[in-house]
Write a protein that binds this ligand. Structure first.
Ligand code: HEC
Length: 145
């Protein structure tokens, strides 16, 4: 009886501990493994007419193979459930020191083509260009203010 109680308390404590490890925001400033996009693409910016609300849906829910928030975190700080296990860590969009070097076009290029040698997969087959601009706008207007 007593043993079972101790055991369940231990289980609860370890779940809480694991949960808080997962929820941790990524470092800031953050090292960047991702390569620069070609200059012509890096300078592109089609966020003006993009739909941030649709971008939010993609980030939080519908992106394939999984929602962006699983790695980048619901707060965009790199603290997603899978983020803690990844090396390099997912980008922390809330880190101004790192993100000031990352243009809208750069983000578009990496979301579309992925970042070799990291967990960032290409979404060019599952998202239309317009949808990628939507998610870029959502990230830039929500997490990078
Ligand atoms: C499996 C985990 C994972 C998922 C899912 C994921 N990312 Fe990433 N993302 C990463 C990692 C890892 C990096 C690279 C970090 C680095 O460069 O050091 C990254 C980098 C990025 C960058 C940074 C580009 C740069 O130049 O620094 C952007 C923008 C980005 N992701 C957007 C997204 C969007 C939008 C989605 C959803 C459509 C998404 N990611 C889904 C893990 C993920």
């Amino acid at each position: 009886m007593k043993k079972a109680l101790i055991l369940s308390v231990m289980v609860i404590f370890s779940l809480v501990a694991v949960g808080s490890v997962f929820a941790k925001p990524a470092k800031c400033p953050q090292p960047r493994k991702t390569k620069a996009a070609p200059g012509s693409i890096a300078k592109k910016d089609k966020t003006k007419k993009a739909n941030a609300k649709n971008g939010k849906k993609i980030f939080m829910k519908t992106a394939k193979p999984m929602a962006c928030k699983m790695c980048h975190g619901p707060k965009g700080d790199g603290g997603g459930k899978l983020g803690a296990a990844l090396k390099p860590a997912p980008r922390n969009f809330t880190c101004a020191a790192t993100m000031k070097k990352v243009s809208a076009g750069q983000m578009f290029h990496i979301i579309k083509n992925g970042s070799k040698g990291t967990g960032m997969v290409a979404h060019g087959k599952t998202l239309k260009d317009k949808e990628i601009w939507d998610v870029v706008k959502y990230i830039r207007t929500t997490f990078m203010k």
